[in-house]
Design a protein around this ligand. Structure first.
Ligand code: DNO
Length: 356
């Protein structure tokens, strides 16, 4: 297992590489280029600049989160072929720069969704929370506004306003895309890009939908064991793999995270693990806690043990943390609570290792 830490770049992150390198046991960062529009090729020079910067702090750049997939690919429009060619070009460039894993998602229109980005807990910390009842009554445009207002002045990953401006048009276009069609479009995308991934040794790792169910009538397919299995079989190559995100999948209590890790891990299809803990407060209601088992609803020991037992050699990162100690950062992506998460997950790993 390689412990990593997500970083949004010098311009867009309150956390610095200097701070990240001082977190014990972090070998690399999970990065991206944030100034390339979705669908364009990531220029090799820019990738190499980022790599150089990261490496100058003694850290690696082997994981990218995300190379976002253009909406035309998800919609299956005739224009998709142009964007798929660009995606392949980006993979080539990333491979040449030594990147090993690309995390991406296939969620129509929206990326992850929370209904409150700053919920105060009794101990004075702030967390992100989700309440399905609030989603039912809300206009998607209002949701975007709320996400933007609650973001502490940062642009949230996947919530770039430009892309979401054409929301009404996008909703209309998705009227003809049901789950089956979305599976077809994912298959088409994977069939086209996986040979390039194999050639340049870059493993694709699809991120689960967050939360893992349909919202606003839009189809969502990366949701459960059955669908994950279908996805890894769309193209039978180890380069077609998963980001196993405990918080996203686990917000449906029917998804048993340790079991999923064992199942897909043994198939060699998990390339990246996002380890997040959440606390259920009702049906379709939860908030994101510290990583500690006793703070949330997941048994983090069992999750790390599952990774250990499958001999996991991929990348792991702590996921959304709380905002603590007065920190002002991107919701979910502050320094302190994620650093505590790293220490805790590394501690569990060491204990499991020594007791095995
Ligand atoms: C949110 C993240 C997502 C994730 C993408 C992957 O904090 O988990 O934005 O990076 O869905 O493409």
């Amino acid at each position: 297992m390689k412990m990593t830490f997500r970083w949004f770049g010098e311009k867009d992150d309150s956390v610095t590489l200097d701070q990240i390198r001082q977190i014990p046991g972090v070998s690399g960062i999970v990065g991206a280029l944030y100034d390339v529009p979705v669908g364009d090729v990531w220029p090799i020079e820019k990738i190499l600049d980022l790599k150089k910067k990261v490496e100058s702090y003694g850290l690696e750049l082997e994981v990218i989160e995300s190379v976002n997939v253009h909406e035309d690919i998800k919609l299956g429009l005739p224009t998709r072929d142009r964007y798929i060619e660009n995606y392949k070009e980006t993979i080539k460039n990333l491979g040449k720069a030594g990147v090993k894993v690309v995390c991406y998602n296939f969620m129509p229109v929206f990326d992850w969704i929370r209904t409150n980005l700053n919920e105060k807990l009794p101990d004075g910390s702030y967390v992100m929370s989700y309440d399905e009842d609030k989603i039912r009554g809300i206009d998607p445009l209002k949701l975007i506004e709320d996400m933007d207002k609650g973001s502490n002045g940062f642009i949230l990953p996947g919530w770039e306003l430009d892309r979401l401006k054409e929301l009404r048009m996008l909703f209309d276009m998705y009227k003809d895309v049901d789950e089956e069609k979305l599976f077809d479009n994912l298959k088409y995308f994977l069939e086209n890009i996986i040979p390039t991934c194999e050639e340049y040794d870059v493993k694709m790792a699809i991120h689960p939908d967050d939360p893992p169910w349909s919202l606003f009538g839009l189809p969502r397919i990366v949701t459960c064991k059955e669908n994950l299995e279908r996805i890894v079989n769309l193209v039978d190559s180890p380069y077609n793999g998963l980001t196993l995100c405990s918080g996203s999948l686990g917000s449906n209590p029917e998804n048993n995270i340790p079991e999923l890790i064992r199942y897909f891990g043994k198939m060699g299809r998990i390339h990246f693990g996002h380890v997040r803990n959440i606390k259920f407060t009702g049906e379709g209601k939860f908030y994101e806690t510290s990583h500690l088992s006793s703070d949330g609803s997941f048994d983090m020991f069992e999750i790390m043990k599952a990774y250990y037992d499958i001999g996991f050699e991929g990348y792991i990162r702590p996921d959304h943390g709380r905002m603590i100690w007065g920190e002002k950062a991107r919701p979910g992506y502050g320094l302190y609570d994620r650093a505590l998460g790293v220490a805790y997950l590394n501690g569990l790993w060491e204990a499991i290792q020594k007791m095995s």
